[in-house]
Ligand binder design. Structure first.
Ligand SMILES: C[S@@+](CC[C@H](N)C(=O)[O-])C[C@H]1O[C@@H](n2cnc3c(N)ncnc32)[C@H](O)[C@@H]1O
Length: 227
């Protein structure tokens, strides 16, 4: 049995993980970011406290802080159980143990939730869903999307992927997506055809290895440039 995700789960990474997943350099951090599908990640909160500029979009932001806490707690039990079962197959280079991973996930959720209501009022957390996002063209410098597109290929169609990626390209000249595999570490069933179509539409594509990933060969990030 490999790792399975029966539905999209609210499971959030922190600032250091975002930097690693997206190969973000210090000079990138002054840019205007769209964090698409950020869920309960704490990238927005940490960036905000560092003076950075991030708007996160996710349908999760329909819910109150208490409701999100309950959803994350429910996901936590299932995911940590799967991590324990598959610990020997997982790559432990970014974090070094299940205990460390669990402690970081709890701290990440707490940081997100402590920022959430303020961020909602400030318009930094917006309830919106791919493939249509409520922004003017080129509102951002970089759009990030982690652990949603490609990762959940079992649940979303190829057409959804194409429309979503083009939507992100409408909003920013540079889009970064991580990872490119489905759970269990096989390449997304849509990756090759999506790349083919984007190339045909004139986008510049670059796949980079990043210093992050919990399974073998699942450390690739797609960078798309529109100009
Ligand atoms: C596994 S979480 C990833 C959170 C964060 N990006 C990270 O890497 O830590 C996936 C997120 O995708 C969000 N999601 C589900 N459907 C979506 C859609 N149609 N458009 C944008 N986000 C969606 C979920 O609500 C969830 O918060």
């Amino acid at each position: 049995m490999t790792f399975t995700l029966k539905k999209v789960i609210p499971w959030g990474r922190n600032f250091d993980e975002y930097r690693a997943m997206f190969n973000l350099k210090e000079e990138d951090l002054g840019k205007r970011f769209l964090g698409c599908s950020d869920g309960p990640a704490s990238f927005n909160s940490t960036m905000h406290h560092r003076g950075g500029d991030v708007i996160s979009v996710d349908p999760l932001y329909y819910f109150s802080a208490d409701e999100i806490r309950n959803q994350v707690d429910e996901a936590h039990t299932d995911i940590m159980e799967q991590c324990r079962q598959h610990a020997n197959e997982m790559v432990w280079t970014f974090f070094h143990s299940i205990e460390e991973l669990e402690q970081i996930r709890k701290a990440t959720t707490n940081e997100f939730l402590s920022d959430y209501e303020t961020g909602l009022r400030e318009g930094r957390y917006i309830n919106a869903s791919l493939p249509n996002l409520p922004f003017e063209a080129q509102t951002f410098d970089i759009a990030l999307c982690s652990n949603f597109l490609f990762c959940y290929s079992e649940h979303f169609s190829e057409d959804f992927h194409i429309r979503s990626i083009k939507e992100l390209c409408r909003l920013a000249p540079e889009v970064r997506i991580f990872p490119l595999n489905e759970p269990g570490s096989q390449k997304s069933r849509y990756l090759d055809s999506v790349l083919e179509q984007l190339k045909g539409d004139g986008f510049t594509l670059n796949i980079q290895e990043v210093p992050y990933g919990f399974s073998q060969d699942n450390n690739k990030m797609l960078m798309i440039k529109t100009r």
